[in-house]
Design a protein. Structure first.
Length: 375
């Protein structure tokens, strides 16, 4: 017997083709999604790893995890240097030095205005007008001269005097007499910032007695405690602890009116800690110089809040102990001073820094090197 064959109707064929298309579309979407996921993962993996590939044999022969470059400590962060090379926000801290106008009193003398000599009138002419009681009476006539007093005018003349841009160079971490001697030997005004006494540098306050211009280099908490000084102030310290520290420093350094921070990336970026510090600085009449060991410093906010004057450094001179680098940084500081009227550069008591500054006097012809209280 012949098997019956049932022919499929056109409707059934259409339904089957539609379902096939749907299945194919769904499979395509899944495949593309998987492909994108694999690609993303591979890019991420390649970014984090260093892969050596044998091109000829198409084999991966070595996979090494990339080690991220360690961020250098505090003041030597590259991000800070980029931020401050162009002096992007320093106008908050350092006012531009405007051209000063000095008034000078000048006395101006006018030439005396002498009157004309009156015409001498003869006896005959006078006799015509005047009747004399006696013919023997003589009339004596003298020439009349009118003189006006010299007029003295006080004129205020305004003299314009162009002042040179100001540059204050600070050497931080000063602790010894030999460092003081080397700084003085540079040959121009340099600001010295002294670390408070500790067992490792006991005499860092005593050696300032014969100095008139110096600063206190105040240790504040850093994000990295590797180089921490004794008696560093922490963000957890209360206002009494901070005041006790500042009061002691005032006794140790009676002539100092300026304080800048040693390290302090964690402290200066904490608004509560800086508020406490600036309340104390206001009470003891200090000006704060922000060393800017972090770009996240909130010193300007606290300064405005409590009415404390503050300045901020522009350039670190010796992040690299290299003469060429230090001179390049000095040129950047000079450029900032010319642009804004004044600038602050910070260096450290390295022999290479001292020798480079001494040999760079020729760069400073158009700049006035000043102490920090002159800015």
């Amino acid at each position: 017997m012949k098997k019956r064959t049932h022919k499929k109707t056109p409707k059934k064929l259409k339904r089957k083709s539609k379902s096939t298309k749907k299945n194919f579309t769904l499979l395509s979407i899944i495949f593309v999604t998987i492909l994108l996921t694999i690609t993303t993962i591979s890019f991420f993996y390649i970014d984090k790893h260093e892969i050596n590939i044998d091109i000829k044999n198409d084999n991966i022969i070595q996979i090494k995890t990339k080690k991220e470059k360690p961020v250098t400590f505090e003041e030597k962060t590259k991000a800070l240097e980029i931020e401050y090379i162009e002096n992007t926000d320093n106008n908050i801290y350092i006012e531009k030095q405007e051209i000063k106008i000095k008034e000078k009193s000048v006395f101006h003398y006018e030439e005396p205005n002498y009157g004309k000599i009156d015409e001498i009138k003869t006896k005959e002419k006078i006799k015509e007008k005047i009747k004399f009681t006696s013919p023997q009476e003589e009339v004596i006539i003298t020439p009349m001269i009118k003189i006006t007093k010299p007029k003295i005018k006080k004129i205020i003349q305004k003299e314009k005097k162009q002042y040179k841009p100001l540059l204050a160079i600070i050497i931080d971490d000063v602790t010894t007499s030999s460092q003081i001697k080397k700084i003085k030997n540079i040959g121009y005004n340099i600001n010295m910032a002294f670390l408070p006494p500790t067992p490792s540098h006991k005499n860092s306050a005593k050696i300032t007695k014969k100095l008139n211009n110096y600063m206190i280099h105040l240790p504040l908490q850093a994000s990295n405690s590797r180089y921490e000084e004794n008696n560093t102030l922490y963000i957890t310290d209360n206002i009494k602890t901070i005041e006790k520290r500042i009061k002691l420093l005032q006794k140790l350094y009676p002539k100092a009116k300026f304080i800048n921070n040693h390290t302090g990336s964690k402290f200066t970026s904490n608004i509560q800690a800086m508020d406490k510090l600036f309340q104390v600085l206001k009470k003891y009449n200090y000006t704060f110089v922000d060393s800017r060991t972090t770009a996240a410093s909130v010193a300007s906010l606290s300064a405005k809040k409590y009415g404390v004057r503050m300045l901020s450094r522009n350039i670190f001179l010796d992040n690299k102990k290299n003469k060429k680098y230090i001179q390049t940084q000095l040129k950047k500081a000079i450029k900032n001073a010319k642009k804004n009227g004044s600038a602050i550069a910070i260096g450290h008591p390295y022999n290479i820094t001292f020798s480079t500054l001494k040999e760079s006097k020729h760069l400073l012809d158009d700049i006035e090197l000043v102490y920090i209280n002159q800015i």
